[in-house]
Write a protein that binds this ligand. Sequence first.
Ligand SMILES: NC(=O)NCCC[C@H](N)C(=O)O
Length: 258
Amino acid sequence: MPSKKALVRRPGPRLADGLVTHIERASVDVDLAVEQWEAYVGTLRAHGWETVEVDPADDCPDAVFVEDTVVMYKNVALIARPGAGSRRGETSGVEEAVAGLGCSVHWIWKPATLEGGDVLKVGDTLYVGRGGRTNAAGVQQLRAAFEPLGARVVAVPVSTVLHLKSAVTALPDGTVVGHPRVVDHPSLFPRFLAVPEESGGHVVLLGGGALLMAASAPKTAELLAGLGHEPVLVDISEFEKLEGCVTCLSVRVRELYA
Ligand SMILES: NC(=O)NCCC[C@H](N)C(=O)O
């Protein structure tokens, strides 16, 4: 049944110690991050999303990046097993949240690792990034969980960024968008549109043509507005310093059962 709920998790006090892998560390203003997070959550709500706050995991600096802890397909929540050891403590609160919503709950098991930021859903196709955080066993377990339910899993090598969705996401019509510098294999996608900014490759579909995007991608917003989309920009500068994107701050739950 269609649902319009979104999991979010408030930034914790240790946010500034979050992991940085592919960029230089810059100091994070935690108070500003909290303000930006509240504006992000407010934007989801303004577009009709009921936000569900996952319990804090304050020992885990990266817990605000809730997308990485779970993959939703239909009414099934597949709990991730983060490739980053420091992020493994984030999943228990998410298990409780998705179980509380009535999802069927499954798990990625050792030795597999998989982070939700590596999974891009376009209709029933799940593109999965095989990179620094998701290993081959993670790809196999994703297939075993979701192909019997009707998904097709397509593995995509990721080398220059943290996750597949740090490179690409998809527009409402299924066109995959990304900056060519960080997309290793654009030909793997049936329709690919190159955008002028790296953060322009990150869109969250809000419904009704609205696209939640980072304020750091104004040229891409203009390009997409010119194609008939409705970009809604939010400033997430403090999360970008930790390699976060608009996608990673929420998990939309769109097909709850009953
Ligand atoms: N899905 C995402 O884009 N997640 C961003 C995670 C950033 C965090 N600092 C990390 O390295 O795990």
